[in-house]
Every structure is written in structure tokens, then in C-alpha cells.
Design a protein around this ligand. Structure first.
Ligand code: A3P
Length: 281
């Protein structure tokens, strides 16, 4: 992967960029066949909105609620990274399966919706998401390095980044906000009150916890606790996924002009939406 030239690391499929290494066309083709189960735990996030944080929280919730103590599986939590043969093995995986994705809802396996599986969506304000994505590009060997902050800023605004436009994802989820099988949590709310977030997520998936369990899961899932454990949980990728873990780091990166540009596109696309109101920065 490291030897691949930067310009070959992403390719376009139906107008959207994906990783050539992790999500090649045969993997994406096979995904349309993936059969969800009603009791799957589906976790969705646009890149850099807090996906890995919620994966850890969800695994802890499942373990605490079922009394199991399972190690994380060997496979990556994103279905669009699973080669076709590994996708097939999913049908033998015991319940409850945790299936993750960064895909736009219209491009997710259709059965995710038709089987009425519960879908937890994590969102984060777009300015901090962009900052996190910029650093991730430069640290992750499977993605091309950003040429510069200004170039990545305009690519993000135009949706010319892997998995497409933040705003398209937000608008698509806005339409599904009141779907009883969908729950949206925000990075900002989780930062503000993690025990409350753990409680809401466990109730949504019908995995009830005691107050004590909620407290200990929240304690083990702070940024610092997860950073300390990251060598064990993510190996050498630990320092790629756990960077700063704060709300408002955009203030250290955006110029005044860029901040205004983001405010304008945010206003144009998400003003008056319920999700927009929750993604204030
Ligand atoms: P920063 O780059 O702003 O630090 P994803 O998992 O979707 O790729 O998101 C990565 C972002 O979530 C990174 O943001 C990372 O630091 C942050 N993150 C990971 N674990 C976290 C935690 N326990 N608490 C808060 N933020 C966390």
C-alpha cells in the first residue's frame, strides 16, 4: 500500500471517491448482496465523525449487557473494507453482529433498511470533521497525503474526498431522522455527557445496562483512556485514529475566510434542518 502512488490511492465510482486498496470495485459490487438481520447493530458515520469511538462503546455495551467478554474480531469494522469472500463469512457470524460503514445511506446495502435493523449514526460538526480528516489523510498510508491545508479545504467543500460530500450525507440522514430504526448521536453531545450517550445507545439497541455499567463504560471510553489502550486496540494505527479528541480544534486551522465559506455552505444546505441545529459549532 505504501508503495502505491498517491494519485492511484483513490478511484471514482458513480461520482464518489473510494480507497482503491480497501474498497476496490469487486468489494463494492459484492456489498449490494449483503443480507442484514433484524438484530444487527449497524453503525454509520461519515469519516472522522467519531466512528472508532462508537465502535469501542458499542462493543463494551454488548459485552456488558450479554455478560460475554469477546475480543474485537480480526476483521475491520467497515463492511466496505471486506473482500468478497470475507463478506460471505458474515452470514455465519453469531448474533448480534456489529456492522459498520462510512457509506452514504443511499449506497448502503439495501437490506440494512429493508430488514429494519437498528442503525446508529454518528455526526460531528463539519469544521472539526474537516480538520480531523486533513490530519488523517496525512497520516494514513492508504490515503493520498493532502497537498496543503487550502487544497484539502476546497476538496472537502466540493465533496472531492473519500466517501463523498459531508453535506450530502447530512442531508440524506436528515430525511431519515424520524425513522424509528434510526438514531443519530453527535460527537459534541457525547463529549459533553458520555454516560448519557452510553445510556441512550444501549436503550436504542435494547441492551439494558445498570447505572454502574454505564459509568464504567463511559470511564473506559474517554479520549485519554482510549488513547492509552490504542496500541492494544489498533496496533500501529493507534496514533492515526486518536489525535486530539476535542471540540473546536477548527479554530486552530481555519482562516476567517474559510470559516465564513463553511458558514455559508452550512447555512445554504442545513439551515432550518433538525440535524443542522444539532451540529452547531
Ligand atoms: P480528532 O482528529 O479531532 O482528534 P473516526 O473514528 O470516525 O475516524 O474519528 C476520529 C476522531 O475521533 C478523531 O478526532 C479522534 O481523536 C476522535 N476520537 C477517537 N476516540 C475518541 C474518544 N474516546 N473521545 C473523543 N474523541 C475521540
Amino acid at each position: 500500500a505504501a508503495k502505491m502512488k498517491d494519485e492511484d490511492k483513490l478511484y471514482k465510482r458513480e461520482g464518489i471517491l473510494y480507497s482503491s486498496i480497501l474498497s476496490p470495485p469487486e468489494t463494492m459490487d459484492k456489498l449490494t448482496e449483503l443480507q442484514a438481520r433484524e438484530d444487527d447493530l449497524i453503525l454509520v458515520a461519515y469519516p472522522k465523525c467519531g466512528f472508532n469511538w462508537m465502535v469501542a462503546v458499542l462493543r463494551k455495551i454488548v459485552n456488558a449487557s450479554t455478560g460475554k467478554n469477546e475480543k474485537p474480531p480480526e476483521r475491520p469494522p467497515l463492511v466496505e473494507f471486506l473482500p468478497p469472500d470475507v463478506q460471505e463469512e458474515l452470514s455465519e457470524m453469531p448474533t448480534p453482529r456489529l456492522l459498520g460503514t462510512h457509506l452514504h445511506p443511499d449506497l448502503m446495502p439495501a437490506s440494512f433498511f429493508t430488514k429494519k435493523a437498528k442503525i446508529l449514526v454518528v455526526f460531528r460538526n463539519p469544521k472539526d470533521t474537516l480538520v480531523s480528516y486533513f490530519h488523517f489523510m496525512n497520516k494514513n498510508p492508504v490515503l493520498p497525503s493532502a497537498e496543503s491545508w487550502d487544497k484539502f479545504f476546497s476538496d472537502f467543500m466540493a465533496g472531492e474526498v473519500a466517501w463523498g460530500s459531508y453535506f450530502d450525507h447530512a442531508l440524506a440522514w436528515e430525511k431519515r431522522l424520524d425513522d424509528p430504526n434510526v438514531m443519530i448521536v453527535t460527537y459534541e453531545d457525547l463529549k459533553q455527557n458520555l454516560p448519557e450517550g452510553v445510556k441512550k445507545v444501549s436503550e436504542f439497541f435494547n441492551l439494558p445496562l445498570t447505572d454502574e455499567q454505564i459509568g464504567s463504560i463511559a470511564g473506559e471510553s474517554t479520549f485519554n483512556a482510549m488513547l492509552e489502550n490504542s496500541q492494544k486496540s489498533h496496533g500501529n494505527f493507534g496514533n492515526i485514529f486518536f489525535r486530539k479528541g476535542e471540540v473546536g480544534d477548527w479554530k486552530n486551522h481555519f482562516s476567517d475566510v474559510q470559516s465564513k465559506q463553511m458558514d455559508e455552505i452550512f447555512q445554504a444546505k442545513l439551515a432550518g434542518t433538525k440535524l443542522g441545529a444539532r451540529l452547531k459549532y
